[in-house]
Design a protein. Structure first.
Length: 202
């Protein structure tokens, strides 16, 4: 017996699957290009004098085992210094290591922008949603303020990533299956935000 022609439903399903695969491939390639651009941009910037305080404090923690406030003066809450110190234990290139951490946080922000944009475009086709989310990310990473601050060993990137995560978690509380845990996650992220950026000087 000869098989009949494929049904229109099967053809539509195949087309939909192909479009979904194409959208995922586009998003992966776009994300890889953005990552390469952000890391390259971060590592080629000239040293800024404000990076010293964060790198020096982390180096004292990683290399000498010193403790902020007790062993040396420090005018911020110390969470970011310990994060950078952890990176220095893995790689001893201080400026490059700290900037990789900051650039990774900047990419995390871009990912959250992409994820939020995809959620906003959920009713659109896969291709349109992928292209629209990519447009949001492209507008974000080419913003002059992002280009100036992203990837420097300051306290901006990590703090903004944590603050944005806390904001999105709070926004998701009512839709969450476990709203109490989601609210707790938002509170923890907000606490780490303050711990990584708060200045103690009067």
């Amino acid at each position: 017996m000869r098989s009949g022609a494929p049904s229109s439903g099967a053809t539509e399903d195949g087309d939909r699957l192909a479009r979904a695969k194409a959208a995922r491939a586009f998003s992966c390639v776009f994300g890889a290009l953005v990552a390469v651009a952000v890391y390259a941009h971060a590592l080629q910037k000239l040293l800024d004098h404000d990076e010293h305080q964060f790198i020096a404090s982390a180096a004292l923690i990683a290399r000498e085992g010193l403790v902020p406030y007790r062993d040396f003066p420090y005018y911020h809450l110390p969470y970011l210094s310990y994060l950078y110190a952890g990176a220095f234990l893995v790689a001893d290139r201080l400026l490059a290591s700290a900037r990789v951490v900051a650039a990774t946080a900047a990419l995390g922000i871009a990912f959250l922008v992409w994820k939020r944009a995809r959620a906003m475009l959920a009713g659109r086709s896969e291709i349109v949603a992928a292209a629209g989310a990519a447009a949001f990310v492209l507008a974000f990473v080419t913003n002059p303020l992002f280009l100036y601050t992203a990837g420097r060993a300051w306290n901006h990137d990590v703090a903004i990533l944590l603050a944005l995560g806390a904001t999105l978690a709070l926004d998701a509380v009512e839709r969450s299956r476990r709203p109490k845990w989601t609210a707790c996650a938002a509170a923890v992220l907000l606490g780490f935000t303050l711990g990584s950026t708060l200045n103690l000087r009067a």
